[in-house]
Design a protein around this ligand. Structure first.
Ligand code: MLT
Length: 250
């Protein structure tokens, strides 16, 4: 099993992902929000790359059960029902709903990887469950960090490194590209206090300045859920749970 990490989607053509097994990470906050929307009973999350497309899709496809969610410059998009705070996506708000979801970086990264054979969404909240799922599949892995504004984001890099470390604990002889090795080193340096690393990251500081410190705290929670969002037919839904004993069977 080989693992590669991209630090941002900017330089990759969408066709690169055809047939690949891909994990998208946008810790602050899109991947954390998606994981928690589905954990809290949303029927599905439909990631989209533009606000215009979000409005178009929500109009016709899913009737009254559709909610528009997401952000621009950290704030809820005008006319949307929900922003991009994982805390907003509680059972009362999302149960049974289709969420059409636009964010500045995260939803776009998922759309970019849409041709993947397997596509999962990872945050600190569900990282062990994602690692188990990937080991169960046993395929080479592309980790796609959403980054920020087409550039590197420390929190996504550290989460990628933690995911690789979790996979390496479950499976021997994994091969890492240079970028994957570098992400592991970042996780070792910064991952001792995830909350501190998030708070001190550029994106974390911006969120705190805009009143979202509770979100940053929420995004730092490790393994609070086993929910593994998987992209199927243009929507993200939950993967079934994996019984632990099946993972080590060759
Ligand atoms: C994004 O996709 O860019 C983020 O989730 C932004 C945010 O923190 O709202």
């Amino acid at each position: 099993m080989k693992i590669n990490v991209f630090l941002s989607p900017v330089s990759i053509d969408e066709l690169y992902f055809t047939g690949k097994t891909t994990v998208v990470i946008d810790v602050l906050r899109a991947s954390t929000t998606i994981v928690n929307a589905l954990e809290n009973g949303a029927k599905e999350v439909v990631p989209v790359a533009t606000v215009e497309f979000a409005v178009k899709v929500s109009g016709g496809m899913f009737g009254g059960l559709t909610l528009l969610g997401g952000e621009r410059n950290t704030k809820k998009v005008e006319g949307f029902a929900l922003g991009n705070s994982p805390i907003e996506y509680n059972p009362e708000a999302v149960e049974g709903k289709t969420i059409v979801f636009y964010t500045t970086n995260g939803s776009k990264a998922i759309v970019k990887a849409k041709f993947s054979e397997n596509l999962f969404v990872c945050s600190y909240n569900n990282i062990s469950a994602v690692a188990k799922k990937l080991v169960e599949l046993g395929k080479d892995i592309e980790v796609l960090c959403a980054g920020r504004n087409n550039a590197f984001a420390l929190e996504d890099a550290c989460c990628a490194g933690k995911l690789i470390t979790e996979i390496a604990a479950l499976k021997e002889n994994i091969e890492l590209t240079d970028s994957a090795r570098a992400m592991q080193a970042l996780h070792k340096s910064f991952g001792k206090s995830i909350f501190k690393m998030l708070k001190e990251s550029e994106h974390g500081k911006l969120l705190i300045e805009n009143g979202f410190e509770a979100d940053v705290k929420f995004c730092s929670k490790l393994n609070s859920t086993d929910a593994v969002p998987s992209f199927m037919g243009n929507t993200l839904k939950l993967m079934p749970l994996i019984p632990a004993q099946t993972i080590n069977e060759e």
